[in-house]
Design a protein around this ligand. Structure first.
Ligand code: PMP
Length: 361
């Protein structure tokens, strides 16, 4: 069946694979002969047990998550993880190191400060408006962990490789590039990611935690913020975001079907190249981040004549391209090219950019 679909460049919630949407549609009224939808079923039912177990199993397979890690689907967004990480991992008020690469890292640092913890910023790219990933930094030996943000959704920078921490636990906010490329999970002590960019709709945050860290969770923190309690019966201490987890499961199945994360990564590199090549062609458009820090997921750019940006966005929208306005804190244009954004959409954007240049230069 064909649908009228926009070119979806939203930063999150964002595009989902059409195959996944089709499957949701098929399942919606009567989930596989159960006579009810996933929206209506008990999270303790046999049918749901299978859904959540398969979502976890497929995620483990895709990412190669070792057995000594627990996978949880929690609520409160990645934003709650800014607090849960220090609440659970710094019970004795040991200091922790943070690298500040933009708005979301800044929020993670502020949240740790609010809780009376000691986040130490060992590197920051604020001096150049967060347009690069810092390279030179020394991790303190007494640090409980190093916190980084793998992809900076607003500024469009991404860690190309992850830092060597020499035994210090690495904690990573992977919200906006989770499952967009393979990662070596055992390099991380904890990974968290809001679902709503690459792996599903809003409502669940994936937390992958190495089991020994669970022993650090103090007893006197709220139950819903306690990793140890949440991990005991993963994601089922209380009612989980059931429908979101179901969709995450479908996305995992889809990613496996297309060839896994290596394949997804190849596709993402090819898509981003189309747009970066266009930005590098001449100076009518200008990418805003340093080349060796460029994100495959979020690509911000400006027009040489910034006065034309409003017109650009208006005409792009009229041509069926949505979500291109830069984040309200930085302005300009930003195209988010998450997993489910097809190559054809990126090509359509570049064609539109060429046309717009011709008419306006
Ligand atoms: N971290 C990053 C990198 C993000 O992009 C976002 C949301 N855009 C957040 C954290 C906050 O996520 P949530 O809205 O799920 O709390």
């Amino acid at each position: 069946m064909t649908y009228k679909r926009i070119h979806n460049f939203n930063a999150g919630p964002a595009a989902l694979p059409i195959e996944v949407l089709e499957e949701i549609k098929t399942d919606l009224i009567d989930y596989k002969g159960n006579g009810l939808s996933v929206l209506e079923m008990s999270h303790r039912s046999k049918a749901y047990d299978e859904i959540i177990k398969n979502a976890e199993k497929d995620m483990r397979e895709l990412l190669g998550i070792p057995d000594n890690y627990t996978v949880m689907f929690l609520q409160g967004g990645a934003t709650l993880q800014f607090a849960m990480v220090p609440l659970n991992l710094l019970p004795d008020n040991k200091p922790a190191d943070y690298i500040n690469t933009g708005t979301w890292s800044t929020k993670a640092i502020e949240e740790a400060q609010k809780l009376g913890k000691t986040p130490r910023v060992i590197a920051s790219s604020e001096d150049k408006e967060f347009t690069y990933i810092p390279k030179n930094f020394t991790i303190n030996k007494d640090s409980a962990y190093l916190h980084i943000t793998s992809n900076n959704t607003i500024r469009g920078t991404e860690w190309q490789s992850f830092p060597e921490t020499n035994g210090i636990d690495l904690v990573c906010d992977m919200s906006s590039d989770f499952c967009s490329r393979p990662v070596d999970v055992k390099k991380f002590a904890l990974i968290y990611a809001g679902a709503q960019k690459n792996v599903g709709p809003a409502g669940a945050t994936v937390v992958i935690i190495r089991n020994d860290l669970l022993e650090r969770s103090p007893k006197n923190i709220p139950t819903m913020c306690n990793y140890k309690i949440m991990a005991k019966e993963p994601s089922l201490y209380n009612t989980p975001p059931a429908f979101t987890i179901y969709v995450i499961g479908l996305v995992m199945k889809y990613l496996k079907k297309i060839g896994g994360l290596e394949k997804m990564y190849e596709m993402n590199k090819a898509k981003a190249k189309i747009l970066y090549d266009r930005l590098d062609k001449n100076d009518f458009y200008r990418g805003t981040v340093e080349k060796d820090s460029r994100s495959l997921m979020n690509i911000p750019f400006r027009l040489k004549n910034e006065q034309l940006e409003e017109k650009f966005l208006k005409e792009a929208k009229a041509a069926g391209m949505e979500g291109l306005k830069g984040h309200r804190s930085v302005g300009g244009v930003r195209a988010s090219l998450y997993n489910a954004v097809p190559k054809e959409s990126v090509q359509a954007l570049v064609n539109f950019m060429d046309e717009f240049e011709k008419k306006n230069s």
